[in-house]
Design a protein around this ligand. Structure first.
Ligand code: AMP
Ligand code: ZN
Length: 468
């Protein structure tokens, strides 16, 4: 059986066949962050699952073209930038940079493009799309000056979220970007300027205003990936209204099906509860790094539960992740040692076939895939203990591990370096470039105090962990 995904749209597991007639290129769009705050670990779980799709598609030989948008104007960014007394641009920039850093810390593969909703080319495109929708009778300007999508003009509205519109009896309009299924109604494409928007706004045929959140994604996705996409993902909370709205707007403009496979990641809970500031269980990645966890450990903790299941994040779970990674590291070290005497790889049943890949083919069944890894570790550790694993087999094991790492990215080397050490090292590089030798030495001492040794060699800077 080949690669297959559970498609939210059809609620069935379907074989994956890309739109590309050559069957190679995959066009993938992932809803990115709304940059009004630091990403929390729930958001990051969603990006981790998208990373897994991306990497597994590559492991299976596809070329992935992936776009992740940045929502830098919406109800929340405007509200909070005003509270902070900053311009929208200055306010969001901080969180955008923090977001890129988080992706790096978690070793998430960068997308090919991170379009920003406020770029003039996309604002223009949104305006053009809205004009087309009005022309075709799918949208109208209301008395409040805003433009709304007429959901009764699109019979497929509600299909993704499996809503029965007859039962819900939609009525009226809804101006805010987010709302519950119970209040399904015509939604805003263009929001007429009002006091609360301050200096945020663009001119349009319907007066000064700003786009609704949903049209932003329709415009950026089609601008960069074309009218039809293979895969579109996000967290389950994006299904309604966001993705439902994206389908309606886009298909009424293009006349063709927008997305072939819709994939949605389940939520992350913390100690069994919804993450919220009031419960005091709200964590950003920085919070966890400050508590001494590494990006690699958090990556593993977020990765190891299948994306269609809720993930209950606990500190005991992080401890388990640390232990599991310790076992991997020990195993890799043993194999490396043993493989030194090898002249070439020799086959061993634990490393043969494609059981790891096959598990991921099954709608990204990562827990089964990790089961294959840990079974191989157990088996070959036993063989090492018994002295019956050949150096060549150890070599094959290391080759196998590096193949798995295209997806897992849990390789040891860079792994153990904490983000704070990396940051200090970068700062030291800057100091050296500026010939600030004293500063550079201070930074080296700070790094040493954290248990790491910096050596300047001919090949560049080397960082090693000092023996405990
Ligand atoms: P936002 O910045 O709110 O637009 O959310 C960014 C991404 O994080 C979206 O794909 C959401 O579906 C996802 N998300 C939000 N909360 C959670 C959560 N608790 N667990 C997993 N994903 C989440
Ligand atoms: Zn989106």
């Amino acid at each position: 059986m080949g690669l297959r995904f559970l498609n939210t749209l059809t609620r069935t597991v379907e074989p994956f066949v890309p739109l590309d007639p050559a069957g190679r290129e995959v066009r993938m769009y992932t809803c990115g962050p709304t940059i009004y705050n630091y990403a929390h670990i729930g958001n990051l779980r969603s990006y981790m699952f998208e990373d897994l799709i991306h990497r597994h598609l590559e492991l299976r030989g596809f070329t992935v073209k992936r776009v992740m948008n940045i929502t830098d104007v919406d109800d929340k960014t405007i509200r909070d930038s005003r509270r902070a007394g900053l311009s929208l641009g200055a306010f969001t920039e901080v969180y955008l940079q923090a977001f890129y850093e988080d992706l790096k810390t978690l070793r998430i593969k960068p997308a090919d493009a991170y379009p920003r909703a406020t770029s003039s080319e996309y604002i223009e495109r949104m305006i053009r799309m809205i004009a087309t929708l009005i022309e075709r009778g799918h949208a109208y300007q209301a008395e409040d000056g805003s433009v709304y999508f007429r959901i009764s003009s699109f019979p497929a509205y509600g299909r993704l979220a499996n809503l029965d519109l007859d039962e819900l009896r939609p009525s009226g309009r809804v101006a805010s970007d987010e709302y519950e299924k119970e209040s399904v109604a015509d939604f805003a494409l263009w929001k007429a300027w009002d006091e609360a928007d301050g200096d945020v706004g663009w001119e349009s045929p319907w007066g000064r205003g700003r786009p609704g959140w949903h049209i932003e994604c329709s415009a950026m996705a089609t601008a960069l990936l074309g009218d039809q996409l293979d895969i579109h993902c996000g967290g389950v909370d994006n299904i309604f209204p966001h993705h439902e709205a994206e389908i309606a707007q886009t298909e009424c403009c293009t006349g063709v099906p927008f997305v072939k496979y819709w994939l949605h990641g389940e939520h992350l809970l913390v100690e069994g509860q919804k993450m919220s500031k009031s419960l005091g269980n709200f964590y950003t990645l920085r919070d966890l790094l400050d508590k001494g966890w590494s990006g690699r450990e958090v990556r593993f903790a977020l990765l190891r539960v299948n994306y269609r299941l809720q993930l209950n994040f606990t500190f005991a779970g992080l401890e388990d992740a640390r232990t599991a990674l310790g076992r991997i590291d020990e195993w890799v070290a043993r194999l490396t040692d043993h493989a030194r005497a090898a002249t070439g790889p020799e086959s061993h049943p634990a490393f043969e076939g494609e059981r790891f890949e096959a598990a991921l083919d099954d709608d990204l069944n990562i827990s089964a895939a990790l089961g294959v890894l840990f079974e191989a570790i157990r088996e070959t550790n036993r063989a090492l203990d018994a002295g019956i694993l050949t150096p060549g087999q150890a070599r094959a094991g290391l080759d196998w591990w590096s193949r798995l790492n295209h997806v897992l990215v849990l390789d040891t080397e860079a792994a153990a370096i904490p983000a704070v050490v990396t940051a200090l090292l970068e700062e030291r590089q800057q100091a050296r470039l500026a010939k600030e030798w004293k500063r550079s030495d201070e930074l080296r001492d700070q790094i040493a105090a954290l248990g790491w040794e910096v050596k300047d060699t001919k090949e560049g800077v080397k960082l090693t962990k000092k023996a405990a």
